[in-house]
Design a protein around this ligand. Structure first.
Ligand code: PEP
Ligand code: MG
Length: 747
């Protein structure tokens, strides 16, 4: 790297910093900057293009091109060389611009006389603001040093824009972190919330981008990297003996922390005038860009590791800890890349809403958010880079949409929506004591799903008749080790106390598939959803199952007990699990413990095979509950966690309804009570149709009981069934359109 370039670029950065500090209107400052850069780079032209909106770039200042073109020339993303730089977020460097692929001649600028072109993105931490271009008559490629130098300048420029220094014609140049941003993600949990951002891991704020003494800065960087290495080594030695996956992640961290290339690039940036923090951040920006473009999930994960490592390094350099001392705002809405169920439980019900960049509908965080009835939006890409603590935020869990720093009109419309929902809730509350009796006289039992102690208060408020599904694995998922029998017995006893005589269906541990316990040896299975999970695991390793059954019997302490086994695929699995329960009862009685006055042992029907099990199965089971989430995924062979296929098949598809009809018939023949406890039981139209097919008990999220009861009480199930049957006979794929039309005519 030639010494001259380093000194030059340091000088330029310093002059840029001074310009930033000077007074003056935004435009004037922007003009001064293009002049400075052209002068320093020895080019005839320097131009700054900034985003007007997500798709349009505008020439906002220039030295060398026709000044009349400023604020007139606009380009679409991907259009011309400037658009190409903006879209790819990588530099374009050419000695012969007109010959370059995608070149677009803009006569109003007078640029036809300039042969060479170098454009770099103006960006910070993956946030793209515009493009910085230098051009000259001389037909030459710019050297790597010059490209590098211009990138450094562009980064400092990005920071200036962030400070709101440039105000072009007004609206479009509002500084980032001030303008409204809309995120379209996916629904994790329905509901609407208004509040203020609370970052789970606040961003490190770097304010000193330019430094005067490169030697001192390099020294600071080296010291910080040494500390980082020690801390990674520490993590590695503490994790000795941990699972292979965790060790692998730490090894990658270690590799990155010792990467010579990483270190060299950061030191070069410092030589060009950046501070140590800015150099780290520049590398982090590049990694984030690559992350957005990496096609391969493994590579993306590794780039994520590098991102994490950069954050750690920035924390060391700036001394900013995770706890910034900031106070949690009123009505906090948690914003995070991802969060574990344990952390989420720590926040508990204090949160109004949750927005994640990652996550999936079936993830543990989503399960906990659902249990706590907190609106959750997942896959809100880049929200952690956009949001700042305290920002005003609206979470629309129904549509998977988030408004960050919304306009007043948007916020007002949103509040109307919340008010309407609150009104509906009031209406539902007035139904609380009334039965879900349809117009035809049939009454449907409405129960709630639960999994945490925190769910139990909803039993009163929702008007649920009991707990139709208690997912016991949540207690296992939120801990770092297998809970002890005594702990579990105490917890189950508290659940029964809270239920106060109402029936609670305890489902035994349903782990495996996506529900991997942190302390369980991960199984390397090609298809975990169809793998070693739930009852399969329970029967192969009966120790935990036995322990859980004992805990349940002790918790009941003489009271009635209802146990349900998940994911039964064939009769024998049920008989074996049932035998374990009967043995446990005998053993407990022998030990002198009180045995429940009544024990019901049921099975979840979650695989199509069980619908075709021998008659004896239906006779032996005390009750059966359709686990619609799993049953549907296996019936249609469509992964419930895969966003691409999850919604492809309608629950009201005629084939699925025929399967339900068959299950109803078989249970009726055997005189076995049947319920439905998948998510669909909580969706009013679906619930109505499932009831019309003959299922008499539904178990759902507590918040769904009101809406489902409201609809059932207003409809005649016999008529609904006729509408469904006519649609089934018509060759329709789904009965939904016919049912919707009928409901509309019913008002
Ligand atoms: C189901 O599969 O429908 C069900 C209720 O169980 P889970 O969602 O816990 O798998
Ligand atoms: Mg299931």
């Amino acid at each position: 790297m030639p010494e001259r370039t380093e000194t030059e670029s340091r000088k330029l950065l310093r002059r840029l910093r001074d310009t930033l500090a000077e007074a003056g209107a935004g435009q004037e400052r922007l003009d001064r900057i293009t002049h400075l850069i052209a002068d320093s780079m020895r080019t005839e032209v320097c131009s700054i293009y900034l985003f007007r909106d997500a798709e349009t770039l505008e020439l906002c200042a220039t030295e060398g091109l026709n000044p009349e073109a400023v604020h007139q020339t606009r380009l679409k993303l991907g259009e011309g060389l400037v658009g190409r730089v903006a879209r790819s977020a990588t530099p374009v460097n050419t000695g012969n611009a007109p010959q370059e692929r995608g070149f677009r001649y803009m006569p109003e600028t007078g640029e036809e006389i300039y042969s060479s072109f170098l454009g770099v993105p103006i960006q910070r931490l993956g946030e793209r603001l515009g493009v910085l271009v230098v051009q000259s008559r001389e037909a030459r490629q710019f050297s790597d040093d010059e490209v590098y130098g211009l990138e450094v300048v562009a980064m400092v420029l990005a920071e200036m824009t962030e400070l709101g220094a440039f105000v072009g014609e007004g609206e479009a140049l509002a500084a980032p972190h001030q303008h409204p941003v809309l995120f379209r993600g996916l629904t994790g949990q329905e509901g609407a919330a208004e509040g203020h951002v609370w970052l789970h891991e606040p961003r490190v704020v770097v304010t000193n981008l330019v430094a005067d003494d490169p030697t001192a800065e390099i020294e600071r960087l080296r010291n910080a990297v040494n500390k980082l290495r020690v801390s990674v080594d520490d993590m590695l030695s503490r994790a000795a003996g941990a699972e292979k996956d965790q060790m692998e992640i730490l090894q990658t961290y270690r590799m990155f922390a010792h990467s010579r290339g990483w270190m060299r690039r950061m030191e070069e940036d410092i030589s060009r005038g950046l501070s140590a923090e800015a150099a780290v951040e520049k590398e982090q920006s590049l990694a984030r860009n690559r992350m957005q473009q990496a096609p391969d999930a493994y590579l993306r994960d590794r780039l994520h590791d590098l991102d994490d490592l950069s954050n750690r390094l920035l924390r060391i350099l700036t001394g900013q800890g995770r706890n910034t001392g900031a106070e949690m705002p009123a009505n906090p809405v948690l914003v995070a890349r991802n969060i574990g169920p344990g952390d989420l439980l720590d926040y508990g019900r204090s949160l109004r809403g949750i927005v994640l960049e990652e996550g999936s509908v079936g993830s543990h965080a989503a399960i906990v958010a659902r249990a706590l009835a907190i609106p959750l939006v997942i896959h809100a890409e880049r929200i952690t880079t956009e949001a700042l603590n305290g920002d005003h935020i609206l979470v629309d869990g129904d549509n998977g949409v988030v408004h960050l720093r919304p306009e007043d009109t948007v916020a007002a419309a949103f509040r109307d929506k919340i008010a309407m929902q609150a009104k509906a809730q009031e209406r539902y509350a007035s139904l609380r004591q009334l039965p879900a009796q349809a117009k035809c006289g049939t009454t449907i039992g409405l129960h709630m799903n639960a999994g945490l102690m925190a769910d139990l208060p909803s039993l009163e408020g929702s008007g649920a008749e009991g707990v139709g599904l208690f997912r016991t694995e949540l207690q296992f998922l939120v801990r770092n080790q297998v809970p002890k029998r005594g702990e579990l017995a105490a917890l189950y006893a508290r659940v029964l106390d809270a239920a106060n005589g109402r029936r609670v269906v305890f489902r035994t541990l349903d782990i495996g598939s996506d529900k991997v316990l942190p302390y369980m040896k991960p199984q390397d299975e090609p298809n975990p959803a169809m793998g070693w999970r739930a009852i399969r695991l329970g029967l192969d390793k009966p120790g935990v199952m036995r322990m859980q059954l004992q805990a349940l019997i002790r918790a009941a302490n003489g009271r009635p007990l209802t146990v349900m086994f998940p994911f039964v695929a064939q009769f024998e699995e049920f008989t074996k699990a049932r035998d374990h329960t009967l043995h446990a009862l005998e053993a407990e009685a022998r030990l002198g413990h009180a045995v429940p006055e009544k024990v019901e042992i049921g099975a979840m029907l979650e695989t199509p095979s069980l619908a075709f099990a021998p008659r004896q199965f239906f006779e032996m089971a005390d009750f059966i509950s359709i686990g619609g989430n799993d049953l549907k995924q296996f019936f249609f062979a469509a992964d419930r966690e895969n966003e691409r296929v999850r919604r492809r098949y309608d629950t009201l598809n005629v084939s699925f309804l025929s399967l339900i009809e068959q299950i109803v018939r078989r249970c009726d023949d055997a005189g076995t009570p049947l319920s439905f406890c998948g998510e669909d039981a909580g969706r009013p139209i679906e619930a109505l149709c499932i009831a019309a097919m003959g299922v008499r008990t539904l178990s759902m999220r507590p918040a769904s009981i009101g809406p489902v009861k409201h609809l059932i009480r207003r409809t005649n199930l016999t008529e609904a069934r006729s509408v469904i049957d006519v649609a089934r006979n018509s060759g329709a794929q789904s009965v939904r359109p016919a049912v919707m039309e009928w409901l509309t005519t019913q008002g």
